[in-house]
Write a protein that binds this ligand. Structure first.
Ligand code: ZN
Length: 360
């Protein structure tokens, strides 16, 4: 039997399958049920050192660490009254408030278990996702910002002083960016499909933060069709050097798995192997800078059969240090050759903020 190199907490609850806006909505229950089936088939849940851990619901005061009380109250009241519509993609049902609290609490649990040393790394496999939720806004399938709540909680309650959030979801995490835009104790780095070609239409290199936070928001938009080579270049040229220079105590990952080439609502070309490479790289980075984590929190990923179960498996193997023999379920993608050059352009634009980028 395999043994994990690092103790991994997989935070998961069957309640996460119950959240449903409607059966044909991309953010649907099969995203997680197929993943869990895949993990069982591969024997991952029997690996020594990998454990399923139950989440806890986030308390109201924990949600209010990053959200306006009025926003929390709006979602609560809409749920209590049986539901309502925030936008076409983001519908509240009678159970949304409780379900979104449990998702945020999954991220909190993952951070608690890692900071306490009970586990080396963690993956909160939660629904609904969170990174489009802003201080006073639900949007883009998101109600409460799971990763932002976990970050703020770690800073205020767990003695962590500096956090790097790496967001590799295909969409820009506009909610997370907004929440930490004027802060220097949270470095937010997002690599995503160019906002001129994908929701939410933000996340350009000139969005760098403000006040004390200037320079601590880093956006790396990549063109449609960008794949493993582009993401590799982004780690080598920007993400690794900046995170090393920043020196976080904890690394969080907004693990959006919708960059997979089979994803139906995005246009990127990342493979499951590419995801595994990124996670191994993030683990190595945490070791190098002596940071806790990584703690990954699931965001998007809508290729429920051919993409998400494999990318989630890839991320889990990368976190735990398990050997993998990942087969891509269907063919392999064409990669846009312009991707790496665009990464170079972003590196040049950010060189005024980061010593390591000005040298090269
Ligand atoms: Zn996404």
């Amino acid at each position: 039997m395999w043994r994990a190199e690092r103790r991994l907490a997989l935070v998961y609850d069957e309640e996460y399958l119950e959240h449903e806006q409607h059966p044909t909505h991309p953010e649907r229950r099969e995203r997680l049920s197929y993943t869990v089936d895949r993990l069982r088939e591969e024997g991952v849940l029997e690996v020594e050192g990998i454990e399923l851990v139950e989440p806890r619901p986030a308390g109201r005061e924990e949600l209010e660490l990053v959200h306006e009380p009025e926003h929390v109250e709006l979602i609560r009241r809409m749920s209590e009254q049986g539901g309502g519509v925030i936008d076409a993609d983001t519908i509240v049902t009678g159970r949304t408030y409780e379900q979104a609290r449990l998702a945020a609490g999954g991220a909190l649990r993952a951070v608690e278990l890692t900071v306490s040393g009970e586990y080396d790394v963690a993956f909160a496999m939660v629904r609904p996702p969170g990174h489009h939720a802003g201080r006073a806004k639900a949007a883009g399938f998101c109600y409460f910002n799971n990763v932002a709540i976990a970050a703020e909680y770690a800073l205020r309650e767990l003695g962590v002083e500096r956090i790097a959030i790496l967001d590799w979801d295909a969409h820009h995490g506009d909610g997370t960016q907004e929440i930490f835009y004027d802060r220097d104790d949270v470095l937010y780095v997002s690599i995503h499909q160019d906002g001129r070609t994908l929701y939410p239409g933000t996340g350009f290199p000139h969005e760098v933060g403000e006040g004390r936070g200037e320079g601590y928001t880093v956006n790396i938009p990549v063109p449609p069709g960008s794949g493993d080579r582009t993401y590799r270049r982004a780690f080598e040229r920007i993400i690794d050097p900046i995170v090393r220079e920043y020196g976080p105590d904890l690394i969080l990952i907004s693990a959006g798995q919708d960059c997979h080439f089979t994803d139906p609502i995005t246009n990127l070309s990342v493979t499951a192997r590419g995801y595994e490479w990124m996670m191994r790289r993030a683990v190595k980075l945490a070791e190098e800078v002596n940071a806790l984590g990584p703690v990954a929190v699931l965001e998007g990923g809508y290729s429920v059969e051919d993409g998400l179960p494999y990318t989630n498996l890839a991320v889990i193997c990368g976190l735990a240090g398990l050997p993998t023999d990942l087969r891509e379920p269907v063919g392999s993608p064409e990669e846009n050759p312009e991707g790496p050059e665009r990464v170079e352009e972003v590196a040049r634009r950010l060189s005024g903020y980061w010593e390591v980028l000005s040298r090269s």
